[in-house]
Design a protein around this ligand. Sequence first.
Ligand SMILES: CCCCCCCC/C=C\CCCCCCCC(=O)SCCNC(=O)CCNC(=O)[C@H](O)C(C)(C)COP(=O)(O)OP(=O)(O)OC[C@H]1O[C@@H](n2cnc3c(N)ncnc32)[C@H](O)[C@@H]1OP(=O)(O)O
Length: 166
Amino acid sequence: MTKPLQVEKLTRYADAVRKFASAAQNRCFGCGAANEHGLHLEFYLTQELHAVCETTVGDFFEGPKGFVHGGIIATLLDETMSKAVRAHGLVAMTRHMEVDYQRPVPSSEEIRLEGRVTRNEGRKHWTEALILNGHGKVLAHGKGLFIEVKPAPDPDPVKDGPTPHG
Ligand SMILES: CCCCCCCC/C=C\CCCCCCCC(=O)SCCNC(=O)CCNC(=O)[C@H](O)C(C)(C)COP(=O)(O)OP(=O)(O)OC[C@H]1O[C@@H](n2cnc3c(N)ncnc32)[C@H](O)[C@@H]1OP(=O)(O)O
C-alpha cells in the first residue's frame, strides 16, 4: 500500500463502510471490548474489503514522551492486517511481519489505521498496513504473512453474532 486509501472521515462515508462485528466477550488486546487493558480498536471495512480504523492511543502506551511505544505500533499494524485477512472470511495467524517506523506516532491524537490483503497463495495471505496522522501523512508501514489455521466458520465478518476471535 504505497498510497493511503481515499476514504476520508469514516462518518462521512457511512454508505461506503461497514462496521466489523465483535463479540462482547472478545478479550483480544487489539479489538476486544472485554479487555479493560486493551486498545479497543473498532474497525470498518471498505467496499474493497480494506480494514480501516480511526483511534487515539492513550499516553499509558507511550515509549518516547508524547509518542506511542514501538511495540504498540507493531500491534496496531498486526491487528489491522489481521482484520484485513478476516474481512475475506479467513481465520489466520501472523507468521511473519515487518515494520517500517517512518515517523513517530503521537499518543493522545487521532490516528488512522488502514490494511489490506495484497496476495494469496493457498493458506498464505500477504498483507500490508499503514498508520497515518490526522493530515494523512504515513507514520508507519507494516507488511505481514498470515497463515490460515482453520476454515472460517462465518464468511460474513460484519454479520451479527460471535466471531472466532478478534
Ligand atoms: C494452532 C493453534 C491455534 C489456536 C488459535 C486458533 C484460533 C485463531 C483465531 C483467530 C486468529 C485471529 C487473531 C488475530 C490476532 C492478531 C494477529 C496475531 O497477533 S496472531 C498471534 C501471533 N502469531 C502467532 O502466535 C502464530 C505462531 N505461529 C504458529 O502458530 C504457526 O507458525 C502457524 C499456525 C502460523 C503456521 O504454522 P504451520 O506449521 O501451519 O505452517 P508453516 O509451515 O510454519 O508455514 C506455512 C507456510 O508459510 C511459509 N512461510 C513461513 N514463513 C515465511 C516467510 N517469512 N516468508 C514466506 N513464506 C513463509 C512456509 O514455508 C509454509 O509454506 P508452504 O505451506 O510450505 O508453501
